[in-house]
Every structure is written in C-alpha cells, then in structure tokens.
Design a protein around this ligand. Structure first.
Ligand SMILES: Cc1cc2nc3c(=O)[nH]c(=O)nc-3n(C[C@H](O)[C@H](O)[C@H](O)COP(=O)(O)OP(=O)(O)OC[C@H]3O[C@@H](n4cnc5c(N)ncnc54)[C@H](O)[C@@H]3O)c2cc1C
Ligand code: SF4
Ligand code: SF4
Ligand code: SF4
Length: 417
C-alpha cells in the first residue's frame, strides 16, 4: 500500500466506484462525496484538512480488490439456489424472487436493524438504516442509479457497537465491500451482508433529465424499474396527473442507453473488480436468467448464492420455516446466463459516451441526445457483423431473416386484399 495519500489519489476517478468508503473512514472530515458533472458520486478532498494518514486507503474496496484482501474466507464455489418467497404479494413487489425482504424479516423480528437503498427526495436513491418493516418495503425493488450512501457505514457500525442485535446490510458489491471494511471482526460476526450481481449504475443526472421529459414536465408520482403487471421486466411511470407509461425495459430509452449502448454508465463498472469468485457478502442475489423450466416463472425467481456458512444458515432457516422455496442448482449451469457472477465481462465504452455526457452537462434534452448518439439500425447491424465469428453465416442468416419478413408481409397483404 502506498502511504500518505487519500485513496482517490491512488486509484484515480475512472476506477472510483463512488462507494462513500473514504468519506466514512476519514475522521478529520477531509473527504466529502459530491455528485460530479456526469452524475456519479466522487470524493472531493479538502487538502487543508487532510493530514495524509492514508487511513482511507484501508477502507477503499478498489484497493482491497487489487491487493486480494476481499472476501477472505468466503467459499470459492458458492452454493447456488433458485429461490423465491411464498408470499405472492411480496414476490410481485420485488425485483426477482423477493429473497431480500425475507432475509430482512428475521433480523427485524430479532430486534435488529436493516440497511438498504430506498428512493429519497427528487427520485434520488439513498441508503437508510431501519428497524421498521415499512422501510424495508421502500427498499424493495432495484433502482438503476447510484445510491447516496451518506453515513450509513458509521450508523451500522454504531448499531452493532451499541447492542447485541444483528444487522443486515444490503447494496451493490462495492458498497458491501466498503461496509465490511468498516467493521471490526466482532461486529462482522453479527452482520449479514447481502450483495447482488451488478451490471453497473447509470448517471443520476441523465436519469433526472430523462424523468423531466417523460411527461412533458409533469412531475412523477411513481416510478418502477421492475413492474411485474405483464412479464418480469417492464418499466412503469405514472405522472402526477395520472398519465401512465408502461413498456418492456428493452423498449425503454433510459434502459437502452445504459444496458445496450453503454452511453452513460459509471466508468468503473465496465471493469468491475467485484464481479468474481469468491463473491463478497454472505449472500449474493440476482435475477435468475436461464432458470430451469419447472421453476421459471413470470412472477420472478432469484438466483441466491451462499458464499459463507452464515449466508447458508440464513437461507436454510428461511426454507425450514416455510417462508421461501430453495432449490439447489449446479453453479456451472448458472454462469453462462449471468456472467457477472464470476467475470467483469467488460463492455467497451463507446467514444460517444463522453459526448453524450458533455451534451447533458450543457443542458441538452434527453430526446435530443438520444437522437444524436443512440446508434442507428444500420450502425447496429454493422457492429453485429463485425463481432460475428463467421461473416458468411451472419450474412446467410440476415438474408434468411429478411426473406422471411418479406414473405410474412406478402401473406398479410394477401389476407387484407
Ligand atoms: C444497479 C443494479 C444493477 C443490477 N444488475 C443486475 C445484473 O446485472 N444481473 C442480475 O441478475 N441482477 C442485477 N441486479 C439485482 C436484481 O435486480 C435484484 O436486486 C436481485 O435479483 C434481488 O431481488 P429481490 O427480489 O430479492 O430483492 P428486491 O426486493 O428487489 O431488493 C432490492 C435490494 O436491492 C437494493 N438496491 C436497490 N437499488 C439499489 C441501488 N441503486 N444501490 C444499492 N442497492 C440497491 C435494496 O437495498 C434492496 O436490498 C441489479 C440491481 C441493481 C440495483
Ligand atoms: S486525512 Fe487520512 S483518511 Fe482523511 S483523506 Fe487524508 S489520508 Fe484519507
Ligand atoms: S472507491 Fe470508494 S473508497 Fe475508493 S476512492 Fe472511490 S469512493 Fe473512496
Ligand atoms: S458494477 Fe461494480 S463498481 Fe459498478 S456499481 Fe456495481 S459493484 Fe460497484
């Protein structure tokens, strides 16, 4: 470890995950996390207050990943399960199988506390620590933007210091690693760490710009990235005047720009150092893409990985008490469908990302930026062609596809006449 420098000086902004670990580590108050012009939380160091002690380096998960000190003692081969709650309403209100809420329930029943991410003011997610089931309901559901972690690591450590009760902390893998680094080994024993498989987070500023234009300036009454009214992956937005916008995530422009075109994701997510085995957290949750047929269900199925004995016990207790279904699966069958379990699966960041974010910072509308920077169909086709293993096979299947489409149109016209 390089001494005498704040962690951000060691790793640089491009690798910083905005986890708030250094802010929480610095007892001199020299680090303040602030939303940067691109829409990601980054540390700002007050050089006058910093005495170059280097303590924040020990709490930076990116440095820990580099030094190989993450997930020490965790199982290199986690035990994998298809899992879902038997509570129908809870399952429908959750992103996948509702396992997070079920893990939280016994912690609260035992008088403990739960930390997770809920929507705060102005559609800005934030972490909070609670002893109330009502707040766990607010944490439910994935928010695909960075969470304002605030002082949550100190709050969790204080709750563990002051009492004998357990605490569950949930967040992205980088946040979970930062949480673990903030705990003493005694505090860690009473903490259940729950992370999820993470594709990354898109810019909070782009999200807010997109929301501003969604209903032509009407404010938003409710917003769900994962509504389950039809299918498992739809976005539902309702305006304050009751206008509704409900469509598959694959057709939602904000999702497309983030997941498909990588135009405004956080830079560090492309090569996420936490997407590997052994996983951090006692339990890792994910959407079970490629779930075996008898359990595949539109109401949502979680992939649950037990990475430690504590994680395994927590899942088994829920299963034994009849709260969840827990079906063992072979880890090897899971990996091809959710590669971020074990590999960063780097996506190349397009050159247009910088231009998109600069345009957003200049105040341009989301619709304008979308028209200018989302690839055209021709560009997408050219890209797929270049990526294909066999160019001839690609061309043959393209021609076949077009011929089938012509034939279908022809048949439809025939029927209409
Ligand atoms: C940004 C993001 C990216 C994801 N990427 C993938 C992926 O690539 N592949 C995959 O299989 N699954 C991904 N997930 C996880 C998945 O969507 C579900 O969260 C997971 O299946 C657990 O579902 P559940 O029904 O048990 O929990 P839910 O009830 O839906 O619980 C949601 C949990 O996520 C936490 N959370 C929500 N939003 C945030 C946020 N912005 N920051 C920190 N914590 C948050 C809440 O605290 C809560 O604990 C992602 C989730 C998020 C938030
Ligand atoms: S005072 Fe120490 S902990 Fe605070 S920013 Fe400087 S090096 Fe980091
Ligand atoms: S990754 Fe976290 S701890 Fe490291 S510099 Fe960034 S905000 Fe600070
Ligand atoms: S992809 Fe990695 S770096 Fe990005 S938010 Fe998720 S865990 Fe953090």
């Amino acid at each position: 470890m390089t001494p005498h420098k704040p962690s951000i000086d060691i790793i640089g902004e491009a690798r910083c995950t905005g986890c708030f670990g250094c802010q929480s580590a610095c007892v001199r108050g020299a680090v303040r996390m602030a939303l940067d012009a691109d829409g990601f939380y980054k540390p700002v160091v007050d050089r006058k207050k910093c005495n170059a002690c280097g303590v924040c380096q020990r709490r930076c998960p990116v440095i820990a990943a580099e030094e190989g000190t993450l997930a020490v003692g965790h199982w290199r081969e986690p035990k994998a399960f298809a899992a879902w709650t038997k509570d129908e309403a809870l399952r429908l209100a959750s992103s996948s199988g509702g396992v997070f809420s079920e893990l939280a329930r016994p912690i609260l029943d035992a008088g403990g506390a739960v930390a997770g991410c809920a929507w705060g003011e102005n559609w800005t997610p934030e972490h909070l620590l609670t002893r109330e089931w009502g707040d766990v309901e607010r944490m439910r559901g994935s928010k695909y933007v960075p969470s304002r972690v605030g002082d949550i690591y100190q709050e969790v450590a204080a709750a563990l210091r002051d009492g004998e009760k357990p605490v569950l902390f949930s967040g992205t893998p980088c946040q979970v690693a930062a949480m673990e680094a903030a705990l003493t080994s005694v505090q860690r024993q009473r903490t259940l760490l729950v992370e999820f498989i993470c594709h990354g987070v898109p810019s909070l500023r782009v999200f807010h710009r997109y929301l501003d234009e969604l209903f032509d300036g009407d404010s938003i009454d409710s917003y769900t990235f994962r509504d389950k009214a039809f299918g498992w992956q739809t976005v539902l937005a309702v305006s304050s005047h009751g206008k509704r916008r409900h469509l598959p995530a694959s057709e939602d422009a904000f999702f497309q720009g983030f997941v498909r075109y990588h135009l405004y994701g956080m830079e560090s997510c492309g090569e996420c150092p936490f997407a590997r085995l052994p996983r951090g957290g006692d339990v890792t949750l994910a959407d079970y893409w490629g779930c075996p047929e008898p359990w595949n269900d539109k109401r949502g199925v979680s992939l649950a990985l037990a990475n430690t004995a504590a994680g395994m016990n927590a899942l088994e207790r829920l299963s034994d008490s009849g709260r969840i279904e827990l079906k063992p699966v072979d880890l090897a069958t899971v990996l091809p469908h959710n590669r971020r379990v074990s590999t960063a699966e780097t996506y190349s960041v397009p050159a247009a990302r910088r231009a998109f974010l600069d345009g957003m910072a200049r105040g341009e509308r989301f619709a304008q930026l979308r028209a200018r920077y989302f690839p055209t169909r021709l560009q997408l086709l050219w890209h797929s062609f270049r990526q294909s293993d066999s160019k001839w096979r690609f061309l043959a299947s393209f021609v076949q596809h077009r011929l089938r489409r012509f034939a279908r149109r022809d048949r439809e016209n025939h029927v209409r006449q």
